[in-house]
Design a protein around this ligand. Structure first.
Ligand SMILES: *[C@@H]1O[C@H](CO)[C@@H](O)[C@H](O)[C@H]1NC(C)=O
Ligand SMILES: *[C@@H]1O[C@H](CO)[C@@H](O)[C@H](O)[C@H]1NC(C)=O
Ligand SMILES: *[C@@H]1O[C@H](CO)[C@@H](O)[C@H](O)[C@H]1NC(C)=O
Ligand SMILES: *[C@@H]1O[C@H](CO)[C@@H](O)[C@H](O)[C@H]1NC(C)=O
Ligand SMILES: *[C@@H]1O[C@H](CO)[C@@H](O)[C@H](O)[C@H]1NC(C)=O
Ligand SMILES: *[C@@H]1O[C@H](CO)[C@@H](O)[C@H](O)[C@H]1NC(C)=O
Ligand SMILES: *[C@@H]1O[C@H](CO)[C@@H](O)[C@H](O)[C@H]1NC(C)=O
Ligand SMILES: *[C@@H]1O[C@H](CO)[C@@H](O)[C@H](O)[C@H]1NC(C)=O
Ligand SMILES: *[C@@H]1O[C@H](CO)[C@@H](O)[C@H](O)[C@H]1NC(C)=O
Ligand SMILES: *[C@@H]1O[C@H](CO)[C@@H](O)[C@H](O)[C@H]1NC(C)=O
Length: 507
């Protein structure tokens, strides 16, 4: 408070003729973030002037002023109120004749991004007067808004990373999979030294404040652990951060953010929503030496779920996959790859990679909740977007090893994307006689990559890389092009891993 009074005093000395007695104007400093609160129907006033170093010599031009405010918390509405809670807005004046801007006298900057307002000055401006204000509310509401305001001549002090196309130049977060108490994430790829980034897991984030870091920090869960490491998994073949989040609660909805330093401040990504699983027999494994694209839940025994070591489960799955790969490795080595060209666009390197990806996908099946989306499944519904699920009864896993060793009981498989099979056909020499099933059999053994939303039983489901409709094994989504017919009503039966058998017999 004393500091504030000092600022006001300074302001009065400089602008004696302008300051209105009852209002206090706080001076903002370059690269500073201030926290404050504002009551309904009232305003907080600020002033910022570009420091001398911000003047560009020889011209009447200045650095831009980057102004932002981020709402941290909101007043509590009466329980009958169901709409969006009104936002905190900024009003800006560029003239010392108007030091107390408002809705009728100033530039209005509304909350443009769920908890965040930003404004950048033209380069002809060297000082600004700002009001942060909130609409008046009925007295059935309680509490005030809290917010942060930040100003800088070099960067937005509340950056957000919006990167729907997931290009490498902007941070993003991908949710690989969850099990009952864990969730695995990866970041954007990076070159050079790893950026300073971390993950934030929130619960019950207000929808009006989705892009506010200070709000996310207030909703950060108290008891989770994060094991951060680096992986080169995925289509980029470049290092990425990997975050294994543990100690979550089963069957719970969360939002996750990647938080990364930008200059002197911190930015956050678009939130990724996730829910922990219900079924106890799915367990996340990752960092397998041979099947290095595996980073998802696999079927395991529910009784060993809470105590079982994931690295032991991972090693057992990886070892059996490698054993099943050996006959193929032998067969391919008998083919003279260096001198025999069998395709203008593919060679043995592609064949090895695509066969390995396919084999890992079929021998290390992906496990999910049977109840994920009710009856939403590519085999049984008519919706344009739905996951390729298959309920596996006791002892009926397609890879018998899973039942013998992992003993998962009943479980649900998220089927491999059918493209993984076609990639082998395209990449491998014809003498290997690899084939993919067609027709009804295809939809029992494989799924189709679909993005978009589906409304089922009153719930809207979104499908994308964070909630896939089939297991893509880290393959570039633009290579997942085969679309399925949603009108094939096939009920899953018992299908063995027939293609592996064919390969083995052909050797
Ligand atoms: C809200 O702000 C008003 C005015 O500044 C203050 O009197 C009141 O105590 C604040 N309420 C809360 C809950 O902080
Ligand atoms: C990457 O994404 C960011 C944010 O969406 C965008 O500003 C940038 O232009 C994109 N870069 C490329 C090379 O597409
Ligand atoms: C990384 O960011 C944290 C705050 O999130 C900060 O405390 C730490 O000093 C930063 N480290 C580096 C190397 O920048
Ligand atoms: C996990 O969460 C529980 C409470 O939900 C807490 O008691 C425990 O300390 C947490 N464990 C770790 C390792 O953080
Ligand atoms: C989180 O764990 C700590 C001990 O590690 C415990 O004191 C606290 O109550 C836990 N909080 C919740 C919400 O479980
Ligand atoms: C953390 O992750 C690394 C890399 O995946 C792994 O080697 C290590 O065992 C993990 N630590 C724990 C405590 O799980
Ligand atoms: C995926 O493929 C598309 C089209 O070929 C390409 O533009 C993109 O860079 C690829 N992405 C990755 C991560 O390799
Ligand atoms: C296969 O082709 C790629 C380029 O497409 C090349 O880098 C690789 O060395 C080739 N492998 C063999 C075994 O010829
Ligand atoms: C649809 O929702 C209702 C109520 O939530 C539930 O009882 C019913 O089983 C659901 N139907 C399907 C097909 O999931
Ligand atoms: C699904 O993907 C296609 C092709 O990449 C794209 O054109 C379309 O906009 C996407 N649909 C949604 C809802 O994301």
């Amino acid at each position: 408070m004393t500091l504030k009074c000092l600022y006001v005093l300074v302001a009065i000395i400089y602008y004696t003729s302008l300051v209105i007695a009852q209002s206090t104007t706080t001076l903002l400093k370059d690269n500073q973030i201030l926290s404050n609160s504002v009551a309904a129907g009232s305003y907080n006033y600020y002033y910022f002037s570009i420091p001398a170093t911000g003047h560009v010599f020889g011209k009447r031009a200045f650095s831009n002023i980057f102004l932002s405010s981020s709402t941290c918390s909101q007043p509590i509405p009466p329980s009958t109120f169901k709409d969006a809670i009104p936002s905190v807005d900024m009003y800006i004046s560029l003239s010392k004749d108007n030091p107390l801007p408002g809705p009728d006298n100033g530039i209005t900057v509304t909350d443009g991004l769920h908890g965040l307002s930003t404004w950048t000055s033209p380069d002809s401006i060297s000082e600004i007067w700002v009001a942060v204000g909130a609409t008046a509310l009925p007295n059935t509401w309680t509490g005030n808004w809290t917010y942060e305001i930040g100003v800088s001549t070099s960067q937005i002090m509340h950056p957000v990373f919006i990167n729907e196309k997931r290009n490498m130049s902007t941070p993003f977060l991908i949710m690989e999979d969850t099990d009952r108490t864990n969730a695995l994430f990866t970041s954007n790829p990076f070159t050079g030294s790893p950026p300073n980034s971390t993950i934030l897991i929130t619960a019950n984030m207000p929808k009006e404040l989705q892009y506010s870091l200070c709000a996310a920090k207030l909703h950060d869960l108290p008891n989770y652990t994060v094991n951060t490491s680096i992986t080169a998994r995925g289509p980029w073949n470049l290092p990425r951060h990997q975050f294994m989040v543990s100690n979550l609660t089963q069957d719970t909805l969360y939002s996750a953010y990647l938080v990364q330093s930008v200059g002197t401040t911190l930015g956050l990504t678009t939130p990724v929503s996730l829910s922990t699983k219900i079924d106890a027999n799915c367990r996340i494994i990752y960092d397998l030496p041979f099947c290095n694209q595996v980073a998802y839940s696999v079927p395991t025994n529910p009784d060993t779920f809470s105590t079982g070591n994931i690295w032991d489960i991972a090693t057992q799955y990886d070892t059996q996959a490698l054993e099943k790969f050996q006959p193929f490795g032998t067969a391919l080595s008998q083919f003279n790859c260096d001198t025999t060209q069998y395709s203008l666009v593919r060679n043995c390197t592609d064949c090895y990679r695509d066969y390995k990806t396919w084999l890992c996908a079929v021998t290390i099946p992906r496990c999910t909740d049977s109840t994920t989306s009710g009856d939403l499944s590519q085999n049984t519904d008519d919706l344009p977007t739905s996951p390729a699920l298959r309920d596996i009864s006791v002892g009926a896993s397609r890879n018998p090893w899973v039942d013998e060793i992992m003993k998962p009981g009943e479980w649900t498989e998220l089927l491999p994307c059918i493209d993984l099979c076609y990639h082998v056909v395209q990449s491998c020499p014809p003498f290997l006689q690899f084939y993919c099933p067609g027709g009804d059999l295809a939809t029992v053994q494989y799924g189709y990559w679909q993005n978009g939303s589906a409304l089922a039983n009153g719930t809207l489901y979104h499908f994308d890389v964070n909630n896939p409709t089939c297991n893509r094994m880290g393959v570039n989504t633009s290579l997942l092009t085969i679309s399925g017919s949603s009108h094939l009503h096939v009920h899953a039966g018992f299908i063995i891993l027939s293609v592996i058998t064919v390969i083995v017999l052909n050797v």
